[in-house]
Design a protein around this ligand. Sequence first.
Ligand code: SAM
Length: 275
Amino acid sequence: MSGTLTLVPTPIGNLSDISPRCRQALEEADFIAAEDTRVTLKLLNHLEIKKPLVSYYEHNKEFSGKKIVERILAGENCAQVSDAGSPAISDPGEDLVRLCAQSGITVTAIPGPCAAITALSISGLPTGRFTFEGFLSTTKKNRAAHLQSLQKEQRTMIFYEAPHKLSATLTDLEQAFGGERRISLCRELTKLHEEVLRMTLAEAVSFYTEQSPRGEYVLIVEGAPQEAEAEASMETALARVAVLIESGSSKKDAVRQVAQETGLSKNALYGAALK
Ligand code: SAM
């Protein structure tokens, strides 16, 4: 009978965040697939668990993934961990989950530490709707395209970033979203120097021009204001009203027609047209 794959989240800074269920999953696994076996060995030593480790990371994932699937199909249970946080979230794991699912292997995820959700919850920005954007590409073109695709995004956005790239990323975010947009910079989460800096993008750019970023960061960026879209559609509607008037319609008829076409309120459109 086939074994299973269990994704085991590990602490993002505070060793006490390992849950009893995670500990049990590590103890009961036949082997552990780890992003960096040295990092995981430290955790296992702390937990006083001895277990065979195999390495599974970005550059060996194809070869190693196949071997892991073979072992699971032969009946072994595998626990997968990354260096910190939830495996498969901006971490190796996504492909292994897919491979296992394709082979009919049962995949289970234990809930636990995740930098993105920890940061979002204390950001002070709207949490009702959000998008996870992970790391921005280091390629200029892809990075620009990614940010451009987010320009009208109204949901709160979550980005991961390494400290040495933080300043450049803040500048790019300011350029894409404007200096007034709010950002919460969540650093060193769950660690001794945990801190949330809540400011505008313009303030964040100047803050990190004066001092160097330290530690790990999650950036939570406010979404575009709803009015932006409403304003844009009102502008388009007014332009259409003007065209109709120019081609002979009365203002009243033009407003009625455009209100019907766009679903905008006739009164609001008429008021805006009068202005
Ligand atoms: N899979 C992990 C998770 O979801 O928690 C994330 C791994 S990703 C390779 C690493 C990024 O997560 C870091 O560059 C940083 O943006 C964020 N991160 C991890 N630990 C953090 C911490 N303690 N405080 C702030 N950000 C952290």
